[in-house]
Ligand binder design. Structure first.
Ligand SMILES: *[C@@H]1O[C@H](CO)[C@@H](O)[C@H](O)[C@H]1NC(C)=O
Ligand SMILES: *[C@@H]1O[C@H](CO)[C@@H](O)[C@H](O)[C@H]1NC(C)=O
Ligand SMILES: *[C@@H]1O[C@H](CO)[C@@H](O)[C@H](O)[C@H]1NC(C)=O
Ligand SMILES: *[C@@H]1O[C@H](CO)[C@@H](O)[C@H](O)[C@H]1NC(C)=O
Length: 420
């Protein structure tokens, strides 16, 4: 296994000027792939899947990442034809640096002919009791000729027994025409994960869907802060120009204190971060009565400040993927969301092209897990199969912010020289 320690030098100045770079970044590569492959029952079964078009290797892209104990879970959405399995697991200590994905919980869930199995899993969020909540979009071939073959569905899998324990199709009244339900974050609080809620983002129809496990109820908020910013919808990445108008996307939960907890969120095509109290969105009575509760957090992240996923660690430090800057940023949630308090902890224009998902696990000490997947290149069929295109990275959230403004104890701003 290749373990890579890249140290980002403090002296690297950004040409963009909004976010500075931290002094040292302990970050490693768990796995990397040129192309994704699966563990089929036999080599013949693999060859047969290739021959009959069920497995088209170039069409498989990893998207979501989660970690539980000695495994990581990876989703591979059915965005183009030929994705034989949409959710897989991998041991953390595989001998190969490009291990084959093992369909999870087993192949049967990926071969089910109707909506009893998995269709196209986007992302996963694991609660601290060991249940993985997965978001199945129910849609196939989104990058070719999109077909909604099953309703978007929330599925719960017990990771101790590897069994699907519940599935909750999102009721059609909360799924609008052309909705793209892309992301989820589970809010589990007490020891036994009672009173569990899941927050779900609709990036194309700009909604926040809330799920309450207790009675399997759903409701949906709309708000103008879920929309994209026009100019931030125009992306340029490594010379490739494209337009994505994605709204509400990244969500992360702050610390639970005094009976409440903030949900930080942003649209993907945006440079702004917002916050809402979860006590507000957990109350279905507030659906059309909460417009003033969704608040701008602070400064803009600048012209190339689009962020996909974000997560907050136990120390209250948020990490976020800067998709137009091949970078991961941090922010200590106790400090104002201002330019001087946002820094980059990792940046690499070869190994970190399009950091897409980012999750922080429940271990002690915690680790952050990131998937980088060159999504724009995949969309335009520009993936070079001779290069490493897809990576699972990890970073130590405590070490990575040492002696930087993201370190919680670090409060004396005058210790640091910032250039803008
Ligand atoms: C759906 O799949 C289940 C389990 O494989 C099967 O029992 C059922 O008959 C199928 N329904 C349809 C309409 O194909
Ligand atoms: C979009 O970005 C391209 C490339 O940077 C630029 O040429 C174009 O003017 C931009 N469009 C708008 C509306 O800003
Ligand atoms: C990547 O970064 C290096 C070092 O900053 C720079 O020399 C190189 O031109 C960059 N390459 C691309 C493709 O941006
Ligand atoms: C902050 O740091 C500066 C420079 O090291 C020092 O002069 C000042 O006393 C510090 N302030 C506090 C409150 O610690």
């Amino acid at each position: 296994m290749e373990v890579l320690l890249c140290v980002i030098l403090a002296s690297i100045a950004t040409s963009h000027g909004y976010i500075q770079i931290a002094s040292r970044s302990p970050i490693g590569t768990l796995y990397r792939w040129k192309q994704i492959d699966y563990e089929f029952a036999t080599p013949e079964a693999r060859q047969e899947a290739i021959n009959n078009g069920q497995f088209i290797q170039a069409n498989v892209i990893p998207l979501g990442i989660e970690r539980w104990k000695d495994r990581v879970f990876v989703s591979t959405p059915a965005w183009k034809k030929g994705v034989p399995a949409t959710l897989s697991s991998l041991p953390i200590g595989a001998p190969s640096e490009s291990p084959r994905l093992e369909p999870y919980p087993n192949w049967d869930w990926h071969n089910a002919a109707n909506c009893t199995g998995f269709t196209s899993v986007f992302r996963m969020s694991i609660d601290h009791c060991g249940v993985m909540w997965i978001l199945d979009s129910g849609q196939v071939e989104a990058f070719e000729t999109p077909r909604q073959i099953c309703p978007p569905t929330l599925i719960a899998i017990n990771l101790n027994t590897d069994t699907v324990v519940a599935r909750y199709p999102i009721p059609s009244e909360f799924v609008l025409q052309n909705s793209l339900i892309t992301n989820l974050v589970v809010d589990s609080r007490d020891v036994r994960c009672r009173d569990l809620h899941v927050y779900i983002a609709d990036a194309w129809r700009f909604g926040l869907i809330v799920f309450r496990e207790e009675d399997a109820a759903f409701w949906r908020f709309s708000h103008y802060s879920f929309y994209p910013e026009p100019l931030l919808s125009n992306y340029t990445l490594h010379g490739l120009n494209y337009q994505w108008s994605d709204g509400l996307f990244g969500m992360s939960l702050g610390k639970y204190q005094q009976g409440d907890r903030p949900l930080y969120y942003h649209s993907m095509s945006s440079s702004l971060e917002f916050v809402v109290a979860t006590s507000v969105i957990r109350d279905p009575a507030r659906v059309s009565n909460a417009v003033g509760e969704f608040k701008l957090l602070g400064d803009s992240r600048g012209a190339d400040g689009q962020v996909s996923a974000a997560a907050v660690d136990r120390n209250g430090v948020m990490f976020f993927n800067l998709i137009s800057r091949d970078s991961i940023g941090c922010w200590d949630t106790r400090k104002p969301y201002s330019s001087r308090n946002l820094i980059i902890v990792a940046q690499n224009n070869q190994t970190m092209i399009f950091p897409n998902d980012l999750r922080i696990d429940h271990e002690v000490p915690q680790m952050a897990w990131i998937i980088t997947n060159k999504l724009p290149m995949y969309q335009f069929n520009l993936i070079d199969p001779n290069e490493y295109n897809y990576r699972i990275l990890y970073l130590d959230p405590v070490a990575v912010v040492q002696n930087s403004i993201c370190q919680p104890e670090m409060i004396n701003l005058s210790e640091y020289n910032y250039t803008f």
